[in-house]
Design a protein around this ligand. Structure first.
Ligand SMILES: Cc1ncc(COP(=O)(O)O)c(C=O)c1O
Length: 276
């Protein structure tokens, strides 16, 4: 069962003039489900409403209403370990770039699906590549326009890698679908939460874990060369959690094994989720 424009239905189809379909004029979120329970849903829906406000769009429901829809979807689809995908577009209107006048109802889609944790990568670490960050300048909005991310992720896959670490003007911004962290002498460094990155919900959870473990967490831009001088690198996202990076391009990171600080952060993160 999926939720589409106010109803729980077995199937739904996009209209060809939906602005999400034609312009990428919409926003999305992915919320994790662990043991049948929503994880950090409040934070994800607050970010969804912020993304909506930033593009002057009405996402129609409150955080609490969205959470209730998610609970219904978990129950109706019997999801234990999985994700909920949420997408809101500006709606259906004859094709024209400016916002429709009068405004139309947004198209609202939520669906749940089973998805296992990426155990192998979490334990053994993953390979990554570096790639030029060719995206627009409002990466803080979780918009449907993902072409830059898609092209870089494809490049990673073609190199047998899990993620592309994106670099803009020599500075490490974030992964194609994750945030990036470098550790040097026990301190975690990551790009500040500004218009050049998505302020990941996992990133914010990691910040809390670091505080509880007394690991300094510095939100400062760093150059790509630092990736190869630091001790450890990891990436984070709703699906990847805290994933160690063991290779960037042709260079091994922390001798090709997950580093100790990364592992401590990963352990703290998993303990907070409450799963084994
Ligand atoms: C570009 C980008 N940065 C960062 C993230 C991580 O965000 P979160 O931890 O909220 O999943 C994502 C997640 O999909 C992403 O697409």
């Amino acid at each position: 069962m999926i939720f589409f424009n106010g109803n729980y239905v077995e199937q739904a189809h996009a209209e060809i003039t939906d602005r999400g379909y034609q312009f990428g004029d919409g926003i999305y979120e992915v919320v994790r489900v662990y043991n049948g329970q929503l994880y950090t849903a409040q934070e994800h829906f607050e970010r969804l409403l912020r993304s909506a406000a930033e593009i002057q769009m009405d996402a129609k429901y409150s955080v609490e209403e969205y959470i209730e829809i998610c609970r219904q979807l978990i129950e109706k689809n019997q999801i234990e370990m999985g994700n909920i995908y949420i997408q809101v577009t500006r709606g259906v209107a004859p094709r024209n770039h400016p916002f429709p006048i009068p405004s139309v109802e947004p198209t609202i889609l939520l669906y749940a699906y089973a998805s296992a944790r990426p155990e192998k990568g979490l334990k053994e670490g993953v390979k990554t590549i570096t790639a030029e960050d060719i995206r627009w300048l409002r990466c803080d909005i979780k918009s449907l326009n993902l072409l830059g991310n898609v092209l870089n992720k494809q490049k990673a896959v073609e190199h047998g890698a899990t993620e592309a670490i994106q670099i803009r003007d020599g500075i490490v911004t974030e992964g194609a679908s994750s945030n990036v962290f470098a550790i040097k002498d026990g301190t975690v460094y990551t790009h500040p939460a500004n218009h050049l990155i998505l302020n990941g919900i996992t990133r914010l959870e990691i910040k809390k874990v670091c505080a509880s473990l007394n690991i300094p967490f510095v939100e400062e831009a760093f150059e790509s060369s630092f990736l190869f001088e630091c001790d450890e690198v990891f990436i984070s996202s709703t699906s990847l959690e805290v994933t160690p990076v063991i290779q960037i391009d042709d260079t091994m990171i922390s001798n090709g094994t997950p580093g100790k600080v990364t592992q401590a952060i990963q352990d703290g993160f998993v303990a907070n989720i409450g799963i084994q």
